[in-house]
Design a protein around this ligand. Structure first.
Ligand SMILES: Nc1ncnc2c1ncn2[C@@H]1O[C@H](COP(=O)(O)OP(=O)(O)OP(=O)(O)O)[C@@H](O)[C@H]1O
Length: 556
């Protein structure tokens, strides 16, 4: 077998093995046949005895398996010798992966009874000749099935035409017109009356294949190559829950583990696995209600900044109580994002300023509905291209009419992204603006400006505050070296607070931030002659690009 074969379609029962043998025998007798065979099939070097195929061999004329007599030992060798067949598989070779590559399976056209004799005639044939043309007993059409690499990188199978007489079943499920994504390491495929096993080979799990697959999928479907990391070729053992097959771990949080998963429609989801017990059940139900509310609102207005709750497994709304002390619950969320903000390459690029703008739009979705996201930080900011989707929204909080909630030091949020007032007094939407301000500072400058192991603003930690003020002064100094219509100025306004010794003006709201001139010019120009203390980020090549271009973006 060629080392670059990434999947095989192998006959699974006697009649199918025999149909394969008939096709191979026919092709081997034709001038171009061998060339064709080596491209699209992997055939054993010699005919072999295969009990299933031999049975079909005897049934071919009589069609009556009961009439077959068992051989006696004296004649058994000769009997087997006469019933040897060509065995093998149809193959998917990465060497054939060119733009828009489709593998078609069928009987081909009528002419193939005497063909292929020329290159042109060979080109007319389906890649996988499933049966000889004159054979109708297998119910195979001229063009019966199509295989193609889908946008998630898996092979997908579809009917080659919408003829009512064309039958395909995948793992026992009759296919309609919609294609089916082959996201398991092996899949049973029935084509007419022929039965095959489709299997990804070991080679399909190598880096070399994944790179070629991703390049092809990116060219053909425009898929972001990072998104393809969510759907590597299925492993030998996969876990499924409902219709979802787990692919790779995406992250681990305080409440659960998150995995990418796919279904046979080709959808890619993130599944959060959380454990519920009597103590956490109410909290989990509250979080599911919040996710559902956000999903409904996002769908109603067509907003794409929210992770949509696709399904909860098991359906908790229909369960009165949990039956065991601990039970796993699966939150199926769409989409799975290829990266989070902490993985985006830092720097003052146009791309990152666009992410900044979209992150504000994402936050606006929450704030317009009087909701606090409540845990804005880079690992909770999903990035697809330059679009932002907020993760971990189940812990969002509804604001009362006053617009403020009581502070609860030590509960919720993440050290490093908590604004000073959050530990000291009632607070509102400004805490999300602060969390985003720190996150975007890290994105643009490549470091956290106010890093502490413990939150200095917690009561009893007053001794840490002078250090906070010192770091904050350095941060403000850096940001003030930029022109007033730049992102640096907006960050200053997002990171102000009433306890500050250098930046105590009122913090901007999301709506005010979106009106900042930086989003009209996307300018990151520095004041004339940047001091040497500004560090390498100022000298980032794209900084100069921005200074020259003053590119405009549309403010949505
Ligand atoms: N839709 C998604 N696509 C890709 N990765 C995701 C997705 N949802 C979550 N993750 C990854 O899983 C991690 C943990 O998810 P999440 O933040 O929802 O869990 P958590 O238990 O609430 O975590 P935390 O400790 O932040 O409260 C995230 O930081 C992110 O890296």
């Amino acid at each position: 077998m060629a080392p670059t074969i990434f999947a095989k379609l192998t006959p699974n029962d006697g009649p199918t093995k025999f149909a394969f043998h008939e096709v191979v025998s026919r092709l081997k007798n034709q001038s171009n046949g061998n060339v064709f065979l080596t491209r699209f099939a992997d055939v054993d070097t010699d005919k072999v005895y295969d009990a299933d195929a031999a049975r079909a061999f005897d049934e071919k004329d009589t069609d009556d398996s009961d009439s077959m007599t068992e051989p006696d030992t004296d004649t058994e060798k000769g009997w087997k010798q006469n019933r040897r067949t060509w065995c093998g598989s149809f193959v998917f070779d990465v060497a054939h992966l060119t733009h828009h590559r489709v593998w078609t399976g069928g009987k081909g056209r009528r002419q193939w009874r005497d063909c292929p004799t020329t290159q042109d005639e060979t080109a007319q044939l389906p890649e996988f000749l499933l049966a000889c043309f004159e054979k109708d007993k297998y119910h195979i059409r001229g063009k019966h099935v199509r295989f193609q690499l889908d946008q998630n990188g898996y092979l997908r199978i579809s009917k080659a035409s919408n003829s009512a007489r064309l039958f395909i079943a995948v793992d026992g499920k009759t296919m309609g017109l919609a294609p089916c994504s082959l996201n398991q390491v092996t899949t049973n495929v029935q084509l007419g009356r022929l039965s095959f096993r489709l299997e990804y080979t070991d080679y399909s799990r190598t880096l070399s294949f994944q790179e070629q697959r991703n390049k092809f999928v990116q060219q053909t479907h425009g898929t972001d190559p990072r998104a393809l990391l969510l759907t590597p070729t299925p492993a030998a053992e996969t876990n499924t829950i409902g219709k979802w097959t787990f692919a790779v771990p995406l992250g681990k949080g305080a409440t659960g583990k998150v995995f990418s998963a796919t279904d046979d429609d080709g959808n890619v989801a993130a599944i959060k696995v959380v454990e519920q017990n009597a103590g956490t059940r109410d909290q989990l139900h509250g979080q599911i209600r919040m996710l559902q509310k956000l999903t409904d609102e996002a769908k109603a207005v067509g907003d794409r900044h929210i992770l949509l709750l696709e399904q909860v497994i098991p359906d908790l709304s229909s369960m009165r109580s949990i039956s065991r002390p601990f039970e796993e619950c699966y939150l199926v969320l769409i989409p799975a994002v290829p990266q989070t903000l902490d993985r985006v390459i830092t720097g003052q690029s146009t791309h990152n300023l666009t992410i900044f703008h979209d992150a504000l739009l994402a936050l606006k979705f929450f704030h317009d509905r009087n909701l606090l996201h409540h845990d804005v930080k880079p690992p909770n900011i999903g990035v697809i291209g330059h679009e932002v989707i907020f993760l971990d929204a189940e812990t969002a909080v509804e604001l009362p009419d006053s617009g403020q909630v009581k502070c609860t030091p030590g509960h919720s949020g993440t050290v490093g992204y908590l604004s000073p007032e959050r530990e000291l007094e009632p607070y509102g939407k400004g805490v999300d603006v602060w969390g985003l301000g720190i996150s975007i500072f890290e994105l643009l400058f490549g470091y956290h400006p106010l890093r502490f192991q413990l939150n200095p603003w917690r009561s009893g930690r007053e001794s840490l505050r002078p250090d906070f003020h010192r770091k904050e002064a350095a941060m403000c100094h850096k940001l003030r070296e930029y022109e007033p219509d730049t992102a640096a100025d907006l960050l200053l306004r997002m990171l102000s607070h009433s306890y500050s010794k250098c930046n105590a003006s009122a913090r901007v709201s999301v709506n005010e931030a979106l009106l900042h001139p930086v989003f009209e010019t996307l300018s990151f120009a520095v004041k004339a002659g940047p001091p040497s203390s500004l560090g390498p980020s100022i000298a980032h090549p794209e900084t100069h690009l921005l200074m020259r271009e003053h590119k405009r973006i549309r403010v949505r």
